[in-house]
Design a protein around this ligand. Structure first.
Ligand code: AHR
Length: 511
């Protein structure tokens, strides 16, 4: 196959916000306990943070971490997780049917963020709790001192405020699986009042209202409209979540599915702008894509989600990612980059062990899953100005199966270009190209004309592929899937030619 691409340095979509390269740590399974935090582990530092995991996190390159949930946050009493560890209560976590020991909480998370060199994004509980607990948490975290909550933080050993800028107003409140799931009107009113008080405590914070937990939700669209009628004047962001799946073992459709993320983003933007228009408002809400990933194998089977007996940190949602997952995941990275004008925050869900790019053995080693690499590439090469793409590529039609509960749902995905691509005029003056060849059988010769760049040379060329699309990295074979140099790349007179192998993720950086 052949594809041709035209880009011009002056024709831009927008700059990537550094917070586009975020991830997510939830009190879920072994994400916290046995993941980022494991006192007694051979690599643990004096705070109990696993240094082997910290090293992989730095290599992965997230900039922002959302915490503490997820479904967990909707039943979380943040006060349980602060103060002397020996007095913290163990609680039943009704989100994941486990016991939460609370030995890791808000202050430990802030210390971990400093160690990992990432910014925190905190979610407040708008399930079982409300505006009062939320505003108290902002005061505990961000107020310098002289009030009960801020002095309590200081008494706990954190003298300086944490300065958390970004806050989620609850989590997936549109979903019946959520503790104290609400109607859009009830949630909208609650989020508005919580937002007002949180911002009165700290006027510098930014707030994200909950949008839909998936494009396949029956309430999608109406939910955003109603929630924003209540919260438009009080928030900067509306959230959206997507987990791609290959339940049907239809690889072509799976690789087409990131294009539905493009649709989802465009649709949420349209609704947010329609709410603005009804108010004659020039304000433009930005999007917080604060959960995205591939997730399906450990999603619908209760045994993968729940271990009986209320264990602490059970091994749940430990999805083992394949080469084909890494390709769909790479497509999702391209979708996010190509919406850099409106998607300002995005969080890969999640970071360690739980549907994660990094796996660990409790007490043992840590390794990279296949999905580690597209994310690391996006974070390393995706900083800068995302360019508009003028591309010619043959297309295919597919039908993507995305069930909700027991409901069968198929979504048509038409005119899917075999080449999915993003181009970023990088901060170093160079050009980064992210190229996904979705043809499962044929090579693709891609020709890219890059205008207004001057003289550039190829400084990095990476390919991620495997003959077996079901190949995985495991503890015993941690490097089965890893990037190798992309062989066939030439550059002459401002035109780049590359041959992409079938079913491959490719990154070319010119500088
Ligand atoms: O990331 C796993 C779960 O997926 C989160 O807790 C929830 O918000 C979503 O449904």
């Amino acid at each position: 196959r052949k594809a041709s691409v035209l880009i011009d340095r002056d024709f831009a979509i927008g700059h990537t916000d550094p917070r586009l390269f975020g991830a997510f740590v939830e009190h879920l399974g072994r994400c916290v306990y046995g993941g980022i935090y494991e006192p007694g582990h051979p690599t643990a530092d004096e705070k109990g943070f696993r240094k082997d995991v910290l090293a992989l996190v730095k290599e992965l390159g997230p900039t922002l971490i959302r915490y503490p949930g997820g479904n967990f946050v909707s039943g979380y009493n943040w006060e349980d997780g602060v103060g002397p560890q020996e007095t913290r209560p163990a609680r039943l976590d009704l989100a994941w049917f486990s016991t939460e020991p609370n030995s890791f909480g808000t202050n430990e998370f802030m210390d971990w963020c400093r160690a990992a060199d990432v910014a925190p994004m905190m979610a407040v509980n708008l399930g079982t709790r409300g505006g009062d607990a939320a505003r108290n948490l902002v005061e505990y975290c961000n107020h310098p001192g002289g009030t009960a909550w801020s002095e309590l933080r200081r008494a706990h050993g954190w003298d300086k405020p944490h300065g958390v800028k970004l806050w989620c107003l609850g989590n997936e409140v549109d979903g019946p699986w959520q503790m104290e799931h609400k109607s859009a009107a009830d949630y909208g009113a609650l989020a508005r009042e919580a937002a007002k008080m949180m911002r009165w405590v700290d006027p510098t914070i930014e707030l994200a209202a909950c949008g839909s937990s998936g494009r396949n939700m029956p309430t999608f669209g109406q939910w955003e409209d109603t929630v924003l009628e209540h919260t438009f004047d009080h928030v900067e962001y509306i959230s959206l979540h997507t987990y791609l799946n290959n339940y049907k073992q239809d690889t072509a459709s799976f690789l087409a599915s990131p294009d539905l993320m493009d649709s989802f983003i465009d649709e949420v933007v349209a609704i947010a702008d329609a709410v603005a228009a009804k108010r004659r408002s020039g304000k433009r809400l930005m999007l917080s894509f604060d959960e995205w990933n591939v997730w399906y194998r450990t999603r619908r089977n209760r045994a993968d989600r729940v271990k009986e007996g209320w264990p602490v940190a059970p091994p749940i949602l430990e999805e083992i990612y394949t080469m084909e997952d890494a390709l769909a995941f790479g497509g999702a990275c391209i979708s996010l980059l190509n919406h850099a004008d409106r998607v300002r925050v995005a969080c890969l869900a999640q970071l360690v062990n739980v549907i994660a790019p990094i796996m660990t053995e409790t007490g043992g080693g840590a390794w990279r899953q296949a999905t580690f690499f597209p994310f690391a590439h996006m974070s390393r090469f995706g900083r800068g100005k995302v360019l508009r793409i003028q591309a010619e590529s043959e297309t295919y039609d597919s039908s993507y199966y995305d069930p909700r509960g027991t409901q069968e749902q198929n979504f048509p995905v038409r005119n899917v270009p075999y080449l999915k691509i993003a181009a970023v005029a990088a901060e170093d003056g160079g050009l980064s190209l992210f190229l996904l060849n979705r043809d499962l059988r044929q090579e693709m010769e891609v020709s890219v004309e890059a205008r207004s760049f001057g003289r550039l040379a190829v400084s990095e060329r990476l390919e991620l592929r495997h003959d077996d699309l079901k190949a995985t990295n495991t503890k015993h074979a941690p490097d089965k899937i890893k990037p190798t140099p992309l062989q066939d790349v030439t550059l002459s007179g401002g035109r780049l030619q590359a041959t992409l192998t079938p079913a491959s993720w490719n990154v070319i950086h010119l500088s």
